[in-house]
Ligand binder design. Structure first.
Ligand SMILES: [Zn+2]
Length: 139
């Protein structure tokens, strides 16, 4: 059915599907409507500092769009992602965040997320590589 629709409609459907799925996921994680996961603040500060003034509802919409970007990243339907202005590295970072959020971290505070992210990276990269990474970011 979708194959017979014009390409731009198909694209919107795929992005829209993941956007709506994100709403189900954040409700599951936070047990609240209209509230993004606590650790999403980490992404907001790093990538969308202007969004720190958003209402919970607006931040939730941003979370859902970021989830859709992450879900489509490097997928066979990557062209459905209409956020061309977001750099590929940033999309990869969003993918990693969403992956960790769902697979490992559930709904934790930004501070807990950063601590867990440090442990995760240390585990994945090894202590030496992790130290180098921190040095690179001036810590
Ligand atoms: Zn939405």
């Amino acid at each position: 059915m979708m194959l017979h629709l014009p390409e731009d409609v198909v694209s919107k459907q795929e992005f829209g599907f993941f956007h709506e799925l994100a709403h189900i996921i954040h409700v599951r994680l936070t047990r609240k409507l209209g509230t993004p996961p606590m650790s999403f603040c980490f992404i907001q500060k790093l990538m969308f500092p202007e969004s720190l003034n958003y209402s919970d509802e607006q931040a939730t919409e941003l979370f859902a769009d970021c989830f859709a970007v992450a879900a489509l990243y490097d997928s066979p339907v990557a062209s459905s992602d209409h956020y061309d202005e977001i750099r590929n590295e940033d999309k990869q970072f969003l993918f990693t965040y969403m992956y960790l959020l769902i697979q490992e971290f559930e709904d934790v505070s930004e501070e807990q997320f950063i601590a867990k992210l440090g442990d995760y990276l240390k585990d994945k990269l090894g202590a030496d590589m992790y130290k180098k990474l921190l040095e690179q970011y001036g810590e």
